[in-house]
Every structure is written in C-alpha cells, then in structure tokens.
Design a protein. Structure first.
Length: 222
C-alpha cells in the first residue's frame, strides 16, 4: 500500500503535540525529522508516478471523447450523402466507444484525486520539516546557552573554592604566627621569673664574712 493509505494520520499529525508528550525534545526532533523526511521522499516518488497516471488517463479519456465526436460527424455526413448503412456502422462504433467513456473518466478523476491528496501531503510534510528545523535551531541555541551557563557556573564555583582554600591557608598562617608569639612571650616570662628568683636569693642569703666563719669553726673545735 502506498503512502496515501496514511493520508488521514499524516494530515492530522501535529508537530507541537509530539514535543508535549516527550521528555527528550532533542531525540524527538531527530526521530520525527527522519520520519517526516522519509515520508516526504516517498510522497515525491509516488507523486511522479501519479502525475504520469493522471496524464495517461486524461489522454485516454480525451481520445475517447474525440473518437465519439468524430464518429458522430461521420454518421451525419453519411446520412447527408444518403448512405444509411454507413451511417449506422458509424453510430454503432460510436456507441461502443461511448460506453467506455464513463470508465475512462472515472479513472482520470481517481488519478486526479490521488494526485491532489499527494500534493496536500507534500505541503503538509514540507511544513512539518520547516517547523522541525525551527524547533531544532531553537533547541541547539538553548543547548549552547545552557552549556555556556554551566561553564560559567563551574568557573564561578572554581573561583569560590580557590578563595576558600586561600582563606584556610591564611587562617592557618595566622594561627601559627599567634602560637609562635605566645610561646615567645611565655619564654620571656620564664626568663624574667628566674632572674627575679636569683635576685631574691641573693638578697636573702648575703655573702658570708670570713671572720665570722672562722669564729664559727673555733666554737665547733672547742
């Protein structure tokens, strides 16, 4: 069966309805673009054959009518000449030819109807292809914009991560410096404490007098 068997389905199809039902518009466009282009190729091929059929049936119908008219004229001329037998023969031939005319006319009209429907199909499919191309262009633009935004977001995220790393490094450095300063202050405090103790001991224990020590020894000996 030819593509005309799908005439109603194709004519009723709505490109926008396809996208409303699908979650992946990119895959939908590719799928329906291939389908529509395949149908369009089939329509063009069958249209060529149908146009040939239209021409052939039209020619056969025209020839039949012309032959009928010609035989009618021959019959009338024969009667004018008084040749009734010849006139009858022409009329019999005319009747035989005229009997075929309705069939030839019907064949031509059928071929013409098919050709008209095929033309409507081609118009519809060409419009669908154009609409799909527009949607495809829009989708590619949106995809490019999305990818650009994603790259920008990644760059921004990378910059934020770098700033966070720098902040952590600076914090660790500040903490190390503060700890070093604290230890330095503690060491200074200890040195000062030791010095105070030594001064205190020196004050509390003055240097011994040799004369006193000698007197002390004498007392121990006695």
């Amino acid at each position: 069966m030819g593509i005309l068997s799908r005439f109603r389905d194709i004519m009723r199809s709505n490109v926008n309805a396809w996208f409303n039902k699908e979650e992946r518009p990119d895959q939908t466009i590719d799928h329906y673009m291939r389908t529509v282009q395949r149908d369009l190729g089939q329509v063009k091929a069958e249209s060529t054959a149908l146009q040939t059929e239209v021409s052939r049936t039209k020619r056969a119908w025209d020839e039949c009518r012309s032959e009928v008219n010609k035989l009618q004229r021959y019959a009338e001329r024969s009667m004018d000449n008084g040749d009734e037998d010849a006139a009858l023969r022409f009329l019999e031939q005319k009747t035989a030819r005229a009997a075929k005319e309705p069939q030839l006319k019907a064949a031509y009209e059928l071929a013409s109807t098919k050709a008209e429907k095929m033309s409507q199909l081609e118009e519809k499919l060409v419009a669908d292809v154009r609409q799909l191309e527009v949607r495809q262009t829009e989708l590619k633009r949106k995809l490019a914009d999305t990818q650009a935004q994603q790259r920008y977001n990644e760059q921004q995220a990378g910059g934020a991560s770098l700033k966070q790393a720098e902040a952590k490094i600076n914090q660790a450095y500040d903490e190390a410096v503060a700890l070093a300063e604290l230890r330095s202050e503690q060491e200074s405090d200890l040195d000062e404490l030791f010095a105070d103790l030594e001064r205190q001991m020196a004050t509390e224990s003055p240097a011994a007098d040799p004369q006193q020590e000698l007197a002390t020894l004498k007392m121990k000996v006695d």
